[in-house]
Structures are given as C-alpha cells and as structure tokens.
Write a protein that binds this ligand. Structure first.
Ligand SMILES: Cc1cc2nc3c(=O)[nH]c(=O)nc-3n(C[C@H](O)[C@H](O)[C@H](O)COP(=O)(O)OP(=O)(O)OC[C@H]3O[C@@H](n4cnc5c(N)ncnc54)[C@H](O)[C@@H]3O)c2cc1C
Length: 383
C-alpha cells in the first residue's frame, strides 16, 4: 500500500503533521529528530510535583481554521480554553491587550473616554488597533497612547520588522501590541481556542504512531542527506532520493551556513515548584520592567490538573541572541539585514525541487501552531 517514499527532518509540530499527512497520502515516511524526544518548541515535561509544563514557554492552540482543529482532534481530545494575560504596569495588573478596562485603570475614565472616541473616529468598524497604527495616526492623543504602550509594555522582546511596524517576538506575545476598544480580556480573537486534554506531546506522539512512519531520535537528519547543486538532486544515504524531503530546522544549517549565520533569539526559562493551589490570578503575567523575568506563566492554569497544594511557575528571562550550541534558536530576527540573508538561502533551496522547507525555522518566520499545520496541509495537497 505504501509504495512512495518521503523523508521528514525535525519532529516539532510541522514535522509530525507532515509525517502523518504524508503517511495518510500513501507514503512510507522516514523521520529524523536530533533530540532524544519529539515536540520541538511544543515539548512538555512533568515536574517532580506532577505539574505538566511547556518547557519552551506557554502555548495555546488558537485558530479560525476548522480543518486544522479537526486534524488535531484525530489525535486527542481538547477542551475550550480562554487565554487571559495581565501586564504589570505602574504597580497595577492590567489586562492585555490593553482594553477599555486597562485604559481606565491606567489613565482614568475621562481620558479613556476621549481616547476611545478618537479611536472610533479613525476606525469605526474595528475592535483591535495595532500600536503602529496609533503612532502613525497623526492624532497626537493616539500617537501618545501608542508610544506609551511601546515604552511601558513592549519594552522587551519586541521584534521590529523591516517595514518599521512592530511584530512581537512570538505568537504568545503578539497581542501585547494592540488596543481593544471593548472590555474583552480574551487574549486571542480566534473562533477556536483550545488546549489538549493530555498535552501537546501526547497529540504529537499519536500523530506519528502509524505503520508507515519510522522515527529515528537522536539523529541529525543532515548526516543522512546531501544536496547535489549541479543536478538539484537530494541524496539519502548516498543514493538519489526521488520522494519529497520535508526539512523543518533552520535553513542556514541546511547549507552549512554558507552565507553566514541567520540571527535568532533564544530564551531561558526557569521553573519554581510551589506548595500552594495557585500562585497567580491568571495563566500569564507580563512584567515589562523586570530585567530578571519578563513573563511568568503558571502552567496549572492552562492544564487544569487537579493537584491541590501544588503549582509550578515558569519565569522567562529577556531574550538573548541565540548562540549555536548554547541557546537554541528561538525566534527569527525580522530585521531587513536578516531577511536579506534568509532570501539568499531561500533562493538556493529552490534549486532542489523535492525539498520542502516547512515550519517556523526553515521559513524564518513567526508561525502559530495553526499556521504551521496549514502550511503542511497546503504542501501535501500539492503533491
Ligand atoms: C515561546 C513561544 C511561544 C509560542 N506560543 C504559541 C502559542 O501560544 N500558540 C501558537 O499557536 N503558537 C505559539 N508559538 C509558535 C509555535 O511554537 C510554532 O508555530 C511551532 O512550535 C512550530 O513548530 P515547528 O515544527 O515548525 O518548529 P520546531 O518546534 O522548532 O521544530 C523543529 C524540530 O527540528 C529539530 N531539529 C533541528 N535540527 C535538526 C536536525 N539537524 N536533524 C533533525 N532534527 C532537527 C528540533 O529539535 C525540533 O524538534 C510559540 C513559539 C514560541 C517560541
């Protein structure tokens, strides 16, 4: 039945989804993951106190794409989850994205009414307005509000796009750079927001549990393939490989850093186990002014585990530049210089028709879980 062959390098969510969709499409799929476990940035571990934590920071599944959600639910059940984030600003805890309630806490009712009226005059049909739109609005009150957010909330972890607009470092920060004109304190706006009952790892394990999928852990996929530039052929263990080769790690590594290293940022997370039911009022607290810990997330608020008297908080240090072998590449740097370097690698990769670069590292862009899966769906549908 499985008479076609495919390779997948890297088993984060992109690689796992690709392996499964290729297997479902009748391919025999051989996968390589350099770590001793699958999961990539969605890796989870269980603390000694039984709390399940997401080792690389909080991840919430959110999408407007029904078919992505249907795909994930084949591998585990999900519960509806509304993500709430508070920011510590001026010794107050205010909802993010800043909403009517936050503005009143920070500026009082009168100024809030004025700001909201002005926002309404500019964007009568919109609920959320981005910081750069406020700054560029040519309205001094709104521009001041935009600058206030940049200086007091987006102080750390901001990623400035080459266009000059603000992009947050990763999906879990993206809505910090918005103002919501209502009292809505739901961090995401997507119609589907959910968490896997047993965690993302179980979903991914089940995803690649298929008779046509063979997985090699602790295996650098780049030691098994080589690229022949003259012919555009990919060799697998020295022999020409005819099927699709899905590659999800960083693109510069694929070409042995020929044009130089792409810039990534890394992060450091430390965990603290506490003897209490809960530590924080919600899952995530952003602390823009804190040089030690810019974000604290309490896993139990997201996992809904029934473990009385126990909780774990995860402290996230400000981003650092990723250093090969020290801090894992975390998020792409979106400056024009970096994007130019990325485009050189991308152009080179197009010489290899069987090579599919998928996922946030290979495509050098911030992707949500949903976007990563959508990209894989689109790729497999074209085969
Ligand atoms: C802190 C943070 C928070 C986020 N929060 C959210 C959120 O709340 N909601 C959301 O939708 N998205 C969120 N995202 C985005 C989400 O993490 C990504 O969309 C998703 O994890 C991308 O998966 P991937 O498979 O493309 O990449 P990765 O997860 O990076 O997987 C790449 C895999 O390749 C492996 N690998 C590397 N080199 C090799 C090699 N040479 N050979 C074999 N294997 C190799 C790696 O070990 C890794 O397992 C967040 C991202 C970050 C960084």
């Amino acid at each position: 039945m499985f008479n076609k062959e495919a390779l997948v390098i890297g088993l984060g969510i992109s690689g796992c989804a690709a392996a499964r969709m290729l297997a479902d499409a009748g391919y025999n799929v051989t996968c390589f993951e350099k770590e001793s476990h699958i999961g990539g940035y969605l890796f989870e571990e269980t603390r000694p106190n039984g709390i399940r934590v997401q080792s690389c920071g909080p991840h919430i599944f959110h999408t407007d794409n029904e078919s992505v959600y249907a795909f994930l639910r084949r591998f585990g059940s999900f519960y509806p989850y509304t993500h709430r984030v508070l920011a510590q600003v001026d010794k107050k805890l205010v909802p993010l994205p800043l909403n009517r309630h936050s503005l009143e806490m920070l500026f009082g009712e009168e100024r809030t009414a004025l700001l909201l009226a002005r926002i309404h005059a500019f964007w009568s049909d919109r609920k959320r307005i981005a910081v750069d739109e406020l700054i560029n609005s040519k309205d001094s009150h709104l521009a001041d509000l935009g600058r206030y957010i940049v200086e007091n909330i987006l102080t750390i972890n901001i990623n400035r796009k080459s266009s000059g607009s603000f992009a947050y470092a990763d999906d879990s920060y993206m809505n910090d750079a918005y103002v919501d004109i209502t009292e809505d304190d739901n961090y995401y706006e997507d119609s589907i927001q959910a968490m896997p009952m047993q965690g993302f790892m179980k979903v991914m394990e089940k995803m690649i549990d298929h008779p046509a999928i063979t997985t090699y852990l602790n295996m650098d996929g780049l030691t098994r393939i080589s690229l022949l530039e003259e012919s555009g052929v990919v060799l697998f263990d020295g022999a020409p490989f005819k099927g699709p080769v899905v590659y999800t790690p960083t693109i510069d590594k694929l070409f042995d850093y020929r044009f130089g290293d792409l810039r990534f940022r890394g992060n450091i997370i430390t965990f603290q186990d506490l003897d209490s039911d809960f530590s924080n009022p919600c899952a995530v607290i952003v602390r823009p002014g804190d040089p030690e810990s810019v974000r604290v997330y309490e896993s139990k608020q997201m996992t809904l585990q029934d473990l009385p008297g126990k909780t774990t908080v995860c402290m996230e240090a400000p981003y650092v530049s990723a250093v090969k072998g020290v801090y894992e590449p975390f998020e792409p740097d979106l400056s024009s210089e970096s994007m130019e370097l990325y485009r050189k690698y991308h152009k080179l990769s197009r010489q290899f028709p069987s090579l599919a670069l998928l996922g946030r590292m290979a495509c050098y862009e911030n992707q949500s879980i949903s976007e990563s899966i959508e990209q894989v769906m689109e790729f497999v549908s074209r085969l």
